[in-house]
Each structure stands twice: as structure tokens, then as C-alpha cells.
Design a protein around this ligand. Structure first.
Ligand SMILES: *Cc1c(COP(=O)(O)O)cnc(C)c1O
Length: 384
């Protein structure tokens, strides 16, 4: 990784840091090293790579790229966002507790409530927006605080600096899922967070064609711990999928610039509609944490959630809506409408869901690159 790249603008770094031009043939893209093992010149002489679970040049290129973009010292690529998240939780031991908000990605909730407790690693759910009550939840077993901001699907904001201060006071590790913002809009490591996670399936890949997860750290000890889990547990990203991430990430900024512009227009439009009960988007000035969000992020992203007035509206709305795909996932070039109750948050009991405000009338729109006017017209006729 070249140090000069740190002085370049983010848009330039997306293209010029840190993998550069292939030294062998001068190709402008990183070749796909479709290989599992590497020749050793002698028993006691090992090359840079030995076996692709431990390291692969194409995967290394994407790992270095994301480390650079997030201002970390090491990146790690996994076979999915959940593989990345579960690998991070695997650095903890039986008896350890993780403080976490309830308004989180459904898969993370499922892993922490149904999978990790089998190994003695448990979540302690709390309201991360209340820093005072949060501090009272810390016990001798607490080892980490896990944040997702803006949260999924209600776009709640967590005070990253506030959480980091408390964590440092109690020697806890802070972990941030930065999927919704990407390093273009928010860089948690620069705010003191220890571990950043991405579902790269979303904006980083950006084209709804690859499943991947990324982890980025700065600290040497954490780097060793994550590297150990990545190799020992083995949920690594393959070379083809690593290449797809490298291809997708190059256009991250232009995609997000366009997506954000459209998202704000759509959020403002939805707010005016009588059939809509509520709109959630951190770019709306009346979002309750508008100022907090803008103190830690440089943009608002492309997720607009909203509630219809009644359950009776759901069927006709979906029947009439043409442009957005009705699907799970987000962050692709095409708009995707999802229904958290039975999709992303199916892993959460209905009672918990409803208490959080994830009701049966809630939809989450991941705004894509279509013309915002076309999207608005489509929403207008579907709501009429
Ligand atoms: C999708 C998602 C995940 C899980 O990632 P996968 O790639 O689907 O395994 C984790 N966190 C957030 C915020 C997500 O949106």
C-alpha cells in the first residue's frame, strides 16, 4: 500500500489505491488468481502465498483496497456479510457478553441469540442511544459494544464517538457494521471504532451479483486475532468473488452520489403522501438525529424506509408498483423494495419486532440508479 495514496481524494483512491497495475503483463485490473495452492521452491522456502484459504492475490487486492478506504491497517474478505460478522464474534470466548442495540440486521440478531449462545457468547440488548443507561449495563463479562448506524431498517442513529468513549473507559472493543454508509460516507475507524464490518454484498459489490463480507481493523492485536479466525474457521472469499468486489467498488462514489440525490427526492415525496404514515431517512431535516448523523457521516445513503397507513394498503400497493424489485437485500444498481417483517427481520420474533417499530406496514426501499422521476411516478400511481 503506498502511503502517498492517503493524500488522494476518495474518488481517486477508489481507482488508484493500493493494488496498482499488474506487474506481469501490465493489466489494469487485478487478475483472477483461480488457484488453491502455490509451488514452494524448497522445503524451507515459502513464497508469499502458500494456500488460498490463508491468502490469495486477488483476495489480498480487495483486502488491501478496503483497508485503505476505511483508513485501517488490515482488511479481511469473507464469503458473506454474516461470515464476516460471525468470524468477528469468534474472537470472543465462552462467558463473554456483547452489548448491542435491538434495531439491528436480522441475521446478526439470529446469530447472536440462537447460534453464539451455544458457545457461551451472549448478547446483552440495550438502548445504545441512551449513553447513561448503556454504561450501567456493562458487567465484568462485557467485552464489546456492537453498533449499526444508521440502523436497519429504521435508520436510527447511534453516537459513534459517545459509544467509543464509554468503551475505552471500560476497555471494551467497539465493532461497527458500516454496510449502510460505506467508507465513502462514514469511516468508523477514524472515530475510534476498533473493528469495521461490511456486508459487501450491498453497496461495495453494488450490482446484486456477489455475496461477500469484509472486516477492517487498525490495531495489531486485533489484526492477528481476525487473521487467525479467518484461516482457522475458513469462511474466506473466493478469487472470482473478490474480483467482482474489486470491479464493483471502483464506481462506489458515483453510484452513491446519484443514489443519495434520488433518495432525498423520494423521501421528500413520500413525506407528502397522505397514504404514508411515516418516512425514515437521515437526510430529512426532521429526522430526530439529523445533527448527530451529520456530525459523523458525510452523507445519508440510499435506504428510505416508510410505513403505509394501514395493512389493507399493502396488497394493492405491491400489485401496482412496477419498478423496484420486491426482494431482500439492498445497495444494488436497481431499486429494491423489501418487507422487513418477513424478509430481513424474519429471524426476529414478531413481538420484539413490533416493539421496535418494525411493523407489518413497514417497507424499506433501497434506491437504485433509475431516474428518480420514474421512481416517484411509479410510487405515486401505486399509492393512488
Ligand atoms: C445484508 C446485511 C448483513 C448480512 O450480509 P450478507 O452478505 O447477507 O451475509 C449484515 N449487516 C447488514 C447491515 C446487512 O444489510
Amino acid at each position: 500500500m503506498s502511503n502517498e495514496s492517503k493524500n488522494l481524494d476518495f474518488s481517486t483512491r477508489l481507482l488508484h489505491a493500493p493494488t496498482g497495475i499488474d506487474q506481469l503483463y501490465g493489466s489494469l485490473t487485478v487478475p483472477i488468481f483461480q488457484v488453491s495452492t502455490y509451488n514452494q521452491s524448497a522445503l524451507d522456502e515459502q513464497g508469499e502465498f502458500e494456500y488460498s484459504r490463508s491468502g490469495n492475490p486477488t483476495r489480498q487486492a480487495v483486502e488491501e483496497t478496503i483497508a485503505n478506504l476505511e483508513e485501517g491497517t488490515a482488511g479481511f474478505a469473507f464469503s458473506s456479510g454474516m461470515a464476516a460478522i460471525s468470524s468477528v464474534f469468534s474472537i470472543f470466548s465462552s462467558g463473554d457478553e456483547i452489548l448491542i442495540g435491538r434495531d439491528i440486521y436480522g441475521g446478526t440478531y439470529r446469530a447472536l441469540t440462537e447460534f453464539f449462545p451455544r458457545f457461551g457468547i451472549r448478547p446483552r440488548f440495550t438502548d445504545l442511544s441512551n449513553l447513561e443507561s448503556l454504561e450501567k449495563e456493562i458487567t465484568p463479562s462485557t467485552k464489546a459494544i456492537y453498533i449499526e448506524t444508521p440502523s436497519n431498517p429504521l435508520l436510527g442513529i447511534t453516537d459513534i464517538r459517545g459509544i467509543v468513549n464509554i468503551a475505552k473507559k471500560h476497555s471494551l472493543i467497539t465493532i461497527a457494521d458500516n454496510t449502510f454508509m460505506t467508507p465513502y460516507l462514514q469511516k468508523p475507524l477514524t472515530l475510534g471504532v476498533d473493528i469495521v464490518i461490511h456486508s459487501a454484498t450491498k453497496y461495495i459489490g453494488g450490482h446484486s451479483d456477489v455475496l461477500a463480507g469484509l472486516v477492517i481493523v487498525k490495531d495489531e492485536k486485533l489484526k492477528k486475532q481476525i487473521r487467525f479466525v479467518q484461516n482457522a474457521f475458513g469462511a474466506v472469499l473466493g478469487p472470482q468473488d473478490s474480483w467482482l468486489l474489486l470491479r464493483g467498488i471502483r464506481t462506489l462514489q458515483v453510484r452513491l452520489d446519484r443514489i443519495q440525490e434520488s433518495s432525498l427526492k423520494i423521501a421528500r415525496f413520500l413525506k407528502e403522501q397522505p397514504g404514508i404514515e411515516e418516512v425514515y431517512y437521515p437526510g430529512l431535516e426532521d429526522h430526530p438525529d439529523y445533527a448527530l448523523h451529520h456530525s459523523q457521516a458525510t452523507g445519508d445513503g440510499g435506504i428510505v424506509s416508510f410505513k403505509l397507513n394501514s395493512e389493507e394498503q399493502i396488497k394493492p400497493f405491491l400489485e401496482k408498483l412496477h419498478l423496484p424489485a420486491l426482494a431482500v437485500s439492498l445497495g444494488g444498481v436497481e431499486s429494491i423494495l423489501s418487507y422487513p417483517a418477513t424478509m430481513s427481520h424474519a429471524g426476529m420474533p414478531k413481538k420484539v419486532r413490533e416493539e421496535l417499530g418494525i411493523t407489518d406496514t413497514l417497507f424499506r426501499l433501497s434506491v437504485g440508479l433509475e431516474s428518480p422521476e420514474d421512481l416517484i411516478n411509479d410510487l405515486r400511481q401505486a399509492l393512488s
